[in-house]
Design a protein around this ligand. Structure first.
Ligand code: ADP
Ligand code: MG
Length: 697
């Protein structure tokens, strides 16, 4: 292993490199832009571009690209070389400030949800100077936002940046009210824990379902699954360990703070967690992490699966979005403080989050909605589709005594009357953790646990920042007007707890009792993407996004359409893949097994007419009826997809895909899996679940 401090960030044009390579004045101006979001003037951009280019050339780069995050959920890049012809038939390497600041990719092939009329195919990318440029595969990558010429966001990054501004503004109002004179900005921080599967590449390639859809559409249950729970935190196998070492090194080169790695619950499942950073950088880094996870796997003869549910009956993969909010001076605002003033401030932020989560359950649910994630939520491996939050027993007691104005008994039995002025000594490193909660307070941050492993964290964080900005705004409005700060503060915290405590649930979120209880409390339970999405375009939600300039009405509608379109397309592809696999592989394989069985029976009978052929006959009978059933279900499924359904409305189409096509797939799979469990291994056309899950050693 190379020297880690030396390789860390070696491929990143970061603050240290900027300081080294830029003229002092340029460096200062750029730093100001980076820290305060000030616009960059063109001369400075030229100087920065030149330094960037020289640095990139020294590192062997030949191209540059604006690196952006369109609504496909993955990243996009279009590479231009630095070459520029000279008169003597040679080339020089050039890169201007203009090229650094703005790019103009053809936007017409990216999803826009009707935002971009075809005559206006141009879009533009604009440098996000708060995220560092880096070198990947010989290209200087410049993190950018992607917009249409009308200025509408065509990407996931722009609204995220806007939401960071919104929460900064509102949180700063609160901090000022508490007499904070040192903080200049408030930043949201994120540490996403990323789960993934690693399987053998050769086996992966033999499965069309994995290749086309990222998940297995068939697969009989293996004799051993995850029931022994012997994989979680288990010893990392040599092949996986070599992969993880390589992965860490590649991530470190890109300045990604990869920190923790371990085996997860399911066989062949692992996790990587970085040290947290600001939301937008964390978003860029998480996209890069997913890309590099896949790339490094290939080098090791492995395939990294990031699908939320690659295997039925085995835990799927999630992504835990650890979220907090801190000042630019490094104070975590979700860290209960030591002084009464700090505590009061902590409780106010906590109250704002409680209210935001309660009022915007729908948006949080939407922020994690996808066809893949629908398999996990509520399936006893991830939180249910019901949004609630966990604050821990101790904090709940505190909130209760604030609400009821009663004395609070600490563990050491000293009683104190608490309000927002007095918070008992709070156990920061609280051991009382709840692994089933969708939104859990873990001492100094919240862990939003509903995200699927593939999702870009941009949208969940955009939503979190916006909804919390909104409640902070409401609080600031009242506090700024108030003549008695402390009394208003007390009322606000108490009132919020009273009005929104239904969202707090510390029990087991996986239990059926919770579903009943949540319904009694009036909480939403939006099972599928199709059920959740209509909430996106409700007037009050559109108004919320517009109020904080995070999304315009048109942008909300376009996102709503794209998310639903993706949902339909994904199920569409899955259904067609299923049909193809049944026709081309599963039925022929089963027939060939049945042929051998019947030949065997005939041979035996020829030898001696009284010989026992019960086994062959019984298997043949079962297989004949199952294959007939499979064929029928497959035909129905095929008709349900191919049938040109004229849906005027994308939501109707999504519901159809959920209720008809997806339901058809589930039923078809059941029959195919029953067949697989009867057919001889050498006949079966695909590696089995056992092969896929236990072969990497
Ligand atoms: P767990 O016990 O939940 O599996 P991990 O150590 O795997 O915990 O991950 C915790 C994640 O939370 C890390 O990515 C860590 O950097 C992140 N984190 C810690 N503090 C903060 C914070 N203030 N803001 C955002 N994320 C944080
Ligand atoms: Mg973890």
């Amino acid at each position: 292993m190379s020297n880690v401090p030396e390789i860390f960030g070696s491929m990143v044009f970061n603050d240290t490199v900027m300081k080294e390579r830029l003229p002092k004045e340029t460096y200062k101006a750029l730093k100001k832009t980076r820290e305060q979001g000030k616009p960059l003037n063109p001369q400075i951009a030229d100087a920065v571009a030149n330094a960037m280019k020289n640095w990139a050339l020294e590192k062997g780069a030949t191209h540059f690209t604006h690196w952006f995050q369109p609504m496909t959920g993955i990243t996009a890049e279009k590479h231009d070389s630095f070459i520029s012809p000279t008169e003597n038939g040679k080339v020089m390497m050039e890169f201007s400030g203009k090229e650094l600041i703005k790019g103009e990719p053809d936007a017409s092939s990216f999803p826009s949800g009707g935002l971009r009329a075809t005559f206006e195919a141009r879009g533009y990318t604009a440098w996000d100077p708060t995220s560092d440029a880096f070198i990947k595969d010989g290209s200087l990558c410049i993190p950018t936002a992607f917009c249409s010429y009308g200025g509408e966001a065509l990407d996931k990054k722009t609204p995220l940046l806007r939401s960071m501004e919104a929460i900064d503004k509102q949180a700063m109002r609160i901090l000022k009210l508490f007499g904070n004179t040192t903080a200049r900005r408030v930043i949201t921080t994120v540490g996403p824990e990323q789960e993934y599967f690693l399987i053998d590449k050769a086996m992966y390639e033999k499965r069309k379902d994995l290749v086309y859809t990222g998940r297995t559409l068939f697969g009989a249950k293996p004799p051993k699954g995850q029931e022994l729970e012997d994989h979680y935190f288990g010893v990392i196998k040599p092949r996986v360990s070599a992969y993880m070492k390589d992965l860490d090194e590649e991530l470190w080169k890109l300045g990604i703070l990869a920190k923790t790695k371990h085996n997860e619950v399911a066989p062949s499942q692992h996790e990587l967690a970085p040290i947290f950073t600001s939301s937008n950088v964390a978003t860029d880094h998480n996209q890069l992490t997913m890309e590099i996870m896949k790339k490094v796997a290939t080098k090791h003869g492995l395939t990294c699966l990031l699908h939320e549910k690659p295997f039925a009956g085995i835990n799927g993969s999630g992504k835990h979005n650890n979220w907090s909010i801190s000042t630019d001076t490094g104070v975590n605002l979700l860290e209960p403080g030591d002084s009464p003033r700090e505590n009061a401030q902590f409780l106010l932020f906590l109250a704002a989050i409680i209210q935001a989560v309660d009022e915007h359950q729908d948006l949080l649910r939407i922020s994690v909605a996808s066809a893949g994630n629908d398999h996990r939520l509520g399936a006893n491996e991830a939180p249910p589709a019901i949004v609630s939050m966990f604050v821990g027993e101790e904090l709940e007691d505190v909130l209760e005594s604030i609400e009821n104005e009663t004395a609070y008994a600490q563990k050491d039995k000293s009683f104190m009357k608490i309000g927002v002025d007095v918070l008992p000594l709070f156990q920061r490193d609280t051991t009382d953790r709840n692994r089933t909660s969708p939104f859990a307070f873990t001492g100094n941050k919240f862990e939003f646990r509903m995200l699927g492993s593939t999702v870009s964290i941009a949208c969940p964080n955009m939503i979190l920042n916006t909804i919390i900005a909104d409640t902070l705004c409401g609080f600031a409005d009242q506090l700024e007007k108030s003549k008695d700060f402390t009394a208003t503060l007390n009322d606000l915290v108490r009132g919020t707890i009273k009005d929104h405590k239904r969202i707090i649930f510390n029990g087991n979120n996986y239990s059926p009792e919770w579903v009943v209880e949540a319904e009694k409390r009036g909480l939403l339970n939006l099972h599928s993407t199709a059920e959740a999405m209509p909430y996106y375009i409700k007037d009050e939600n559109v108004a919320l996004f517009e109020k904080y300039h995070v999304l315009t009405r048109t942008e909300v509608y376009s996102r709503y359409e794209i998310q639903l379109e993706n949902y339909c397309k994904q199920i569409h592809i899955e259904a067609l893949t299923m049909v193809d696999m049944i026709k081309k592989d599963i039925l022929p394989a089963t027939c060939s097994y049945m042929k051998d069985l019947s030949r065997e029976a005939l041979n035996k009978k020829q030898m001696c007419s009284e010989i026992n052929c019960e086994m062959e006959e019984s298997l043949l009978k079962k297989l004949s009826s199952l294959t007939a059933e499979l064929y029928k279900k497959m035909e129905t499924l095929e008709a349900s997809v191919v049938d040109e359904k004229a849906f005027a409305d994308i939501l109707e189409e999504a519901k159809y895909y959920r209720n008809t096509v997806f339901a058809g797939m589930e039923s078809t799979r059941e029959t195919a899996d029953a067949i697989e469990s009867l057919v001889g291994e050498k006949y079966w056309p695909y590696p089995t679940y056992g092969d896929l899950l236990f072969s990497v050693i």
